[in-house]
Design a binder for this molecule. Structure first.
Ligand code: FMN
Length: 367
């Protein structure tokens, strides 16, 4: 039998709903907005570490896991949300993390110069560098997935959503949490209607999630908490939270919840590459670098960050695309010098235990 096309008369004589009306129709039954903030949040970790299994394990254990939509095709995000919904107990919450679009393309000359510096690495690895294109990570289509599938929470990195979008998401029953790295950003997020702010301290692994890719020295988590807790919007503390003692400390400083990333990187549910796991388990310094993506992020020091990291331009996501094939070859070949080894300053304390154990350990900080 031929499948029905949109608006074609069905065999019952009724007309099928056109696809572009599905969103507005599905918005009719508005559920209650999700307002709970579980004490332990599993940080979204784009690029492989966050899997639907990790999100499910965190949320099943009483925390809240967050899918990392960054770099994913919108279709994959939709599939991952579906997978989490199938795996989760009914009514257990979860979130989706989106990257707010970058402000605009970087200077192509800067990117070309950095490509010249990377060429010997690419030659030695036998791979071609990627095309350094500018894009918005398919933001609108991912937003459309969120509008239709309505995860309980959407968290934003790299910028706050426009107040109109916050209102729209609230109307769909979706809570909005915004990553901030300063008091000023926290005030903007609160004024824009955020239900919670994710305060990311200097210790945090991965990208700086603030609104701008600044050169300012990042604030240590405890100082940031002192600045933003008085605003009055619930604060989720992120950066270097590895055990109950760390969690207890930030709860006492006024945090409502903790968001941990690095503490989950060695769990069996994480999709962390083998070469990345090895580096996390070994003692080693971390550094803030634009080497891999063109935007400052914290990772474990390797030959790439040491030799040419300082020359990387502020050019996200162009540099991310430029280096993608080289980083993939490093993961494939187990060459740690070619991989962005994102990790927080406390990475050596990460444990290879099930994600539920990490959640239970962090939750002990509440007692
Ligand atoms: C491997 C890795 C990937 C990350 N990717 C994201 C991401 O996609 N979106 C985001 O908002 N934060 C991301 N982060 C930052 C986390 O949200 C969080 O701020 C950080 O993990 C907290 O510090 P910790 O790693 O010391 O726990 C990432 C962190 C790591 C370690």
């Amino acid at each position: 039998m031929r499948p029905h096309s949109c608006a074609e008369p069905s065999h019952a004589g009724r007309r099928l709903v056109a696809v572009d009306r599905i969103t507005s129709l599905s918005a009719v039954a508005t559920p209650e907005r999700f307002t709970t903030i579980p004490a332990v949040i599993g940080a979204p970790m784009a690029g492989g570490p966050t899997t639907p299994e990790l999100v499910t394990a965190v949320s099943t254990a009483g925390g809240l896991g967050v899918l990392a939509a960054g770099y994913l095709p919108a279709e994959q995000l939709a599939a991952d949300i579906g997978a989490v919904r199938v795996l989760l107990p009914p009514r257990a919450p979860f979130g989706v993390n989106l990257f707010a679009p970058p402000p605009g393309p970087a200077d192509p000359v800067d990117v070309a110069e950095y490509a010249t510096r990377l060429a010997p690495l690419a030659d030695a690895a036998g791979v071609a560098l990627g095309r350094p294109r500018f894009d918005d990570d398919d933001f609108e289509r991912k937003l459309q997935v969120v509008r239709v599938l309505r995860p309980p929470v959407v968290t934003f990195a790299f910028g706050r959503p426009e107040p109109g979008l916050v209102d729209e998401l609230h109307g769909l029953g979706v809570a909005v949490w915004v990553t901030i790295t300063s008091r000023e950003e926290a005030e903007h997020a609160a004024e824009g209607g955020a239900d919670a702010i994710i305060a990311q301290g200097a210790e945090a692994g991965g990208h700086r999630g603030g609104f701008e890719d600044s050169d300012e020295p990042p604030l240590p988590l405890d100082e940031l908490l002192a600045d933003v807790v008085p605003i009055g919007t619930p604060v989720i503390a992120a950066g270097g939270i590895m055990d109950a003692g760390d969690a207890r400390r930030v709860f006492r400083l006024g945090a409502t919840a903790v968001q941990a990333g690095t503490a989950f990187l060695l769990t069996p549910q994480a999709g962390t590459a083998a070469v990345h796991r090895t580096a996390i388990a070994a003692p080693g310094d971390t550094v803030l670098t634009r080497a891999f993506s063109g935007r400052r992020a914290r990772g474990i020091v390797n030959a790439w960050t040491t030799r040419i990291g300082a020359e990387a331009p502020r050019a996200y996501p162009e540099v991310h695309h430029l280096t993608a094939s080289l980083r993939a070859s490093g993961r494939r070949e187990g060459n740690a010098d070619l991989v962005n080894l994102w990790a927080g300053t406390e990475h050596v304390r990460a444990l290879p235990v099930p994600a539920a154990k990490v959640v239970a350990e962090l939750a002990r900080g509440l007692t």
